[in-house]
Design a binder for this molecule. Structure first.
Ligand code: HEM
Length: 229
């Protein structure tokens, strides 16, 4: 392909970051200019390869329709219900916009801002990324379990969210065994070991929910029997 030989079963990583900053495709690629998309025909649904935030083809992100609704709703809710200011009289141009690598590229320093309209009485800055993560996790956990798995203010829930972040970071960290499959058995970076620990903790949480459900169902059956007798 294009003069390269791609061996069978090769793992290919597409550098979407570089595509998004390619000055032969985008004007002023490093400027945050959402309005640039107003003049374009292209969309993000995998048909235009210069913009594939959700991937493309058969392995395209299956969460695209959900994300497409959630992202607008969440951002609109944050902007509509609150007015925001940065903590410590910080000016927007002084914000640290450094990025760090994970399953997704995210900010190195979390975005903390103070909502100063309507419900917020404390005036304390909140971690917006955390608040959004909580909402997304709950939207997903309600689909599967009909409950909120994450809460904004409980320690257990913070543990769950930390675990979720650890798993996504682990999944995104470059693993030498992906490039040299012969190393997979040795697992030189201990990725498999850590992943096993994370997943056993996650399954522990899910098992707890399933046990609670079963107990509730049993309790309801006993109650029903007792009222029938
Ligand atoms: C703005 C939000 C999101 C973005 C930018 C995004 C992006 C992506 C990308 C780039 C991929 C890799 C696609 C490829 O290999 O070509 C992917 C895969 C995936 N995404 Fe998302 N995603 C988002 C939200 C979601 C949500 C909300 C869910 C689930 C509820 C989800 C579930 C998945 C799954 C299960 C895969 C793996 C698909 C596979 O490998 O076959 N994503 N996503």
């Amino acid at each position: 392909m294009c003069g390269f030989i791609v061996p069978k079963n090769a793992q290919i990583l597409i550098n979407v970051w570089a595509m998004g900053r390619d000055s032969s495709i985008w004007q002023n690629p490093n400027l945050f200019m959402p309005e640039r998309f107003l003049e374009q025909e292209i969309d993000f649904k995998g048909r235009y390869f210069e913009l594939i935030p959700f991937g493309a083809g058969r392995r395209i992100c299956p969460g695209l329709p959900l994300a497409n609704r959630m992202v607008h709703l969440m951002l609109a809710s944050l902007v509509y219900y609150y007015a925001w200011k940065l903590p410590y009289e910080m000016r927007p141009e002084h914000m640290d916009m450094g990025e760090t690598f994970g399953l997704t590229l995210h900010r190195e320093v979390p975005l903390r801002a103070i909502p100063f309209k309507s419900f917020c009485k404390s005036g304390a800055p909140i971690d917006i990324g955390r608040a959004v993560l909580t909402t997304v996790l709950n939207a997903i956990s309600n689909n599967f379990f009909s409950i909120d798995l994450a809460k904004y203010d409980s320690n257990l829930s913070h543990e769950f969210q930390d675990l979720f972040c650890d798993v996504t970071e682990e999944a995104g960290r470059p693993n030498i065994a992906d490039y040299f499959p012969a190393l997979r058995l040795i697992d030189p970076q201990r990725v498999r070991k850590r992943t096993r620990i994370y997943f056993s903790k996650l399954f522990g949480i899910f098992d707890g929910i399933i046990d609670q459900r079963l107990q509730l169902r049993l309790h309801q059956r006993v109650l029903k029997k007792a009222t029938m007798n």
